[in-house]
Design a protein around this ligand. Structure first.
Ligand SMILES: Nc1ncnc2c1ncn2[C@@H]1O[C@H](COP(=O)(O)OP(=O)(O)OP(=O)(O)O)[C@@H](O)[C@H]1O
Length: 306
């Protein structure tokens, strides 16, 4: 049975529709992603799942329950990692976990043991007595995740878990999330980073302007909506637009971005050789594998990060 079932889920703010009739299911133990640009409606969807935002219409079941009718029960089974860390800066790291656990009515004896276990999991044991204000961004994120796990949730909701973190901090965080997945926790992740979605998600929905534009595993989305490889060529600001015509002759599909042209191909190296053979020599070029960014571009005509 699905742990989350959304059907025709809709949220409007006045006459603006932020989430526009989306339907999806999340299976137990799955790592499920909501991928889309800023403003697509991802956080709003997460808040409805967590029962902190009321839906306008449609139906929603979390572990078989409606979060609006059974808020406390649903929240007891959910861990929430909001977009902005909402830790108590003045409290020590360990005390943040204990105080948060008290909101769930969890007993002190359980919490003192659990806090140590979670600090260990978050690789923060040596920071247990530090005030939150003294922790780095990556440490705060890991502490927020640890806090979300204090009630041993079956589902962890993560809203843009690595936004603002440097590459090393992101990798540490991804590693911790993989471990949770191995333990059977269902992860629901919003992100506008395609590499994060590719790394973490078994399956995802691509959201744009409040609607689902595609759904599937990262591999199947790339297979269905892109070619195996992409050639990126830069001709410089004065030549870029003029090269559109010649590039179109060389590939079934191209995308002209302000600073470069993308050519979709099965064999990128062969295509790049042909570009050079015809004397269109670009200033810089690279051949890479297709990514979810290409899927998004194909579906919406825009890049994920505007
Ligand atoms: N309380 C609100 N009142 C009015 N409009 C809102 C409110 N909350 C969100 N919106 C609007 O709804 C749309 C979707 O917002 P949402 O935060 O869900 O997007 P998102 O995909 O999570 O993007 P981001 O990554 O920027 O958070 C945006 O246009 C936003 O301005």
């Amino acid at each position: 049975m699905a742990v989350i079932e959304a059907s025709d889920l809709t949220k409007t703010y006045g006459d603006f529709t932020a989430v526009d009739g989306i339907s999806f299911e999340v299976a137990p133990g799955e790592s499920f992603g909501l991928l889309g640009p800023n403003g697509a409606g991802k956080s709003t969807t997460m808040r409805m799942i967590g029962g902190t935002s009321l839906r306008t219409s449609g139906s929603l079941r979390v572990l078989g329950l409606d979060p609006e009718e059974n808020g406390p029960l649903v929240r007891a089974s959910l861990g929430v990692v909001p977009q902005q860390d909402s830790l108590d800066e003045e409290l020590r790291a360990r005390d943040n976990l204990i105080v948060y656990g008290r909101y769930f009515g969890l007993p002190k004896a359980y919490l003192t043991k659990k806090a140590d276990e979670l600090l260990e999991f978050a690789q923060l044991t040596d920071k247990a007595k530090e005030k939150v204000s003294a922790l780095s961004g990556g440490m705060k994120r890991r502490l927020t995740i640890a806090r979300g796990l204090v009630n041993e949730p079956r589902i962890l909701l993560l809203d843009e878990p690595t936004t603002g973190l440097d590459p090393q901090a992101r990798h540490i965080l991804w590693d911790r999330l993989f471990r949770l997945k191995e333990q059977g926790v269902t992860l629901v992740v919003t992100t506008h980073f395609m590499d994060e979605a590719e790394q973490l998600c078994d399956r995802l929905i691509v959201i744009d302007h409040g609607t689902i534009v595609a759904e599937g595993s990262p591999q199947s989305l790339i297979r269905d909506y892109s070619t195996r490889e992409v050639v990126e060529v830069r001709f410089g600001s004065t030549r870029n637009a003029a090269m559109e015509g010649p590039m179109r002759e060389l590939a079934d599909r191209i995308e002209v971005l302000p600073d470069r042209i993308l050519l979709y191909a099965h064999d990128g190296e062969a295509l790049l050789d042909e570009i050079n053979r015809r004397g269109h020599t670009p200033l810089t070029s690279l051949v890479r594998r297709s990514s979810l960014e290409d899927v998004f571009l194909r579906l919406t005509g825009r890049t994920l990060i505007d």
